[in-house]
Design a protein around this ligand. Structure first.
Ligand code: ADP
Ligand code: MG
Length: 505
């Protein structure tokens, strides 16, 4: 639907109540996969492996190969379930979800169906304005990821119109937890923002647990957004659509908002919503129809006969519960006070996904203000300009060192940005770069005299003007000195010295 045909968002909210449901897939960063000893590409250590190099007979479903459950993945799943406020099943089972598609060589995915490891939870999600909503969690279950297909030769990258497809089984068997919410009511006009904030909260939780790299652009965290509308006052839920794999926080918010406006236009025009999956298009900010999807998709689930039930035992659950990190909402509130940030300053950091970086930079000795300034300022600017991930550009320790160099007067802000360039280019630590590039502020007057005297001698007419009291002419000399010292001199001090030398010569 073209944007012009959408119903205005506020008008849509006047007539309809939005209901959303979110499915989030989290790739766990265990060293090996869910059911095999193959290295796990969702662990950044193995992220850049060549296609089809991280595979075993189990990943390929070869005859005679048998799955073995990864104990760490089970522990991570239980920790995540507990952090989501869920009950943990005393016994839960794996099931086969049968379908044919070449992204899984076995023709079924090992998942969990009627016996998920975690169920009945709730997550407190805070919106920008401070409003808090508890999102009800239906279940969190363990499963394996599928391989990746690349459709080559078409205009869209989809299978339609492609000449051939490539399959990479590295991702086949990566441990996943799928977290499914119950339908969420009452968010009203905040529904799009809530969808975004919910996924951001899940990201914070898994990062705090250390169980996933949680990078959306790499598919470590993927969200399907279900949206339906019902007329104000209606009891029955409307027909939902499921927008698949929206891969940034911003897109989730946009996609939910778009679906509300699209569905409202159809319903108000007397039409009906088709229950289907939809694809999000980042460039146009619209969704388009995927495949029809009934509630009765029959995957012929049946218990996985090759795996015994998972029976964690009360002791393990208690151990993992005791080890849970501070919940994200409490942590944010604490950090905001400790750092002395205003609401806006804190939101800047939190919305930029930089809480962990700023915290680590402060822990490495920087002031909270300096840590915030570098991460949300220059580093974010460079990340946006180069399309790189901001956390990849520099480490918290490097940023803290840079802040220390500014603080002790070795670098001005401008020189520090040059040193940062060096850090990003991989030239070493900030101090090494300051030495190698000769960036330190020249503060001893002795080394400035030579440059000043040389500049004055080269331009006798300027010298004469300064002597005649035309001090504005000093700018030319100051400029020459700054060039000669490659910008490392303190310009105010140079000015004082130029006037002093001119008078004395
Ligand atoms: P599927 O197999 O279609 O992915 P799931 O149960 O895994 O089904 O997920 C469906 C999601 O959609 C859940 O989050 C659920 O709460 C939500 N949902 C179900 N019905 C509606 C509806 N009418 N409107 C909005 N969300 C819904
Ligand atoms: Mg689902």
């Amino acid at each position: 639907m073209a944007r012009a045909e959408l119903m205005n968002f506020d008008a849509a909210l006047d007539q309809f109540e939005p209901v959303i449901g979110l499915e989030v897939h989290v790739e766990l960063n265990t060293r090996t996969k869910m059911f095999s000893s193959s290295p796990n590409p969702a662990n950044s250590q193995f992220h850049s492996a060549e296609p089809n190099t991280l595979i075993t007979p189990v990943c390929l479903g070869l005859p005679g190969s048998l799955p073995v459950v990864n104990e760490t993945a089970v522990r991570y799943s239980i920790s995540l379930g507990l952090a989501l406020g869920c009950s943990i099943a005393a016994s839960s089972r794996f099931a086969r979800k049968n379908y044919f598609y070449p992204d899984l060589a076995k023709n079924y995915q090992i998942s969990q169906s009627d016996e998920p490891i975690a169920f009945d939870g709730g997550v407190e999600v805070e919106l920008d304005g401070g409003r808090t909503i508890v999102v009800p969690i239906e279940r969190a279950h363990m499963e394996e990821d599928a391989g990746k297909l690349t459709h080559v030769g078409g205009a869209t990258g989809r299978i339609q119109g492609a000449e051939y497809s490539l399959v990479d089984y590295n991702r086949a068997g990566v441990p996943l937890v799928e977290i499914v919410t119950r339908p969420i009511f009452g968010a009203e006009k905040d529904a799009p923002a809530l969808a975004r904030a919910y996924v951001a909260t899940i990201r914070d939780i898994v990062l705090a647990l250390g169980i996933s790299e949680a990078r959306m652009e790499r598919g470590n965290l993927r969200c399907d957004a279900n949206v339906s509308l019902r007329p104000r006052g209606a009891q029955q839920l409307g027909t939902r659509t499921e927008t698949k794999n929206v891969n940034s926080l911003r897109s989730i918010e946009r996609a939910v908002r778009y679906e509300i406006q699209r569905q409202a236009a159809i319903l108000a025009g007397g039409g009906a919503i088709t229950q289907e999956t939809r694809h999000w298009h980042e460039d146009t900010g619209t969704t388009s129809a995927g495949r029809p999807k009934s509630d009765a998709d029959d995957y012929r689930y049946f218990p996985e006969p090759d795996l015994v039930p998972v029976v964690p035992g009360a002791e393990l659950i208690a151990e993992l519960r005791a080890a849970l990190p501070e919940p994200p909402a409490a942590r944010r509130a604490r950090l905001k006070v400790e750092w002395g940030f205003t609401d806006l300053e804190f939101q800047d950091v939190a919305n930029g996904g930089l809480l962990a970086e700023v915290a680590a930079t402060v822990a490495a000795g920087a002031s909270p203000a300096a840590a915030r300034k570098w991460w949300t300022g220059e580093l974010t600017r460079i990340a946006n300009a180069t399309g790189r991930d901001v956390t990849e550009l520099a480490t918290p320790a490097q940023v803290a060192e840079l802040a220390a160099l500014v603080n002790e007067g070795t670098l001005t802000d401008r020189l520090a940005r040059q040193a940062l360039e060096g850090v990003i280019a991989g030239e070493g630590s900030p101090r090494e770069i300051v030495d190698a590039r000769g960036l330190a502020v020249v503060s001893d007057d002795g080394s400035l005299y030579a440059a000043i005297d040389e500049a004055l001698a080269a331009q006798p007419d300027v010298l004469a003007k300064i002597r005649d009291g035309k001090v504005e002419a000093a700018g030319v000399i100051i400029g020459a000195v700054m060039r000669a010292t490659k910008g490392t001199a303190d310009a105010a001090r140079v000015r004082e010295l130029v006037l002093e030398r001119a008078a004395a010569s």
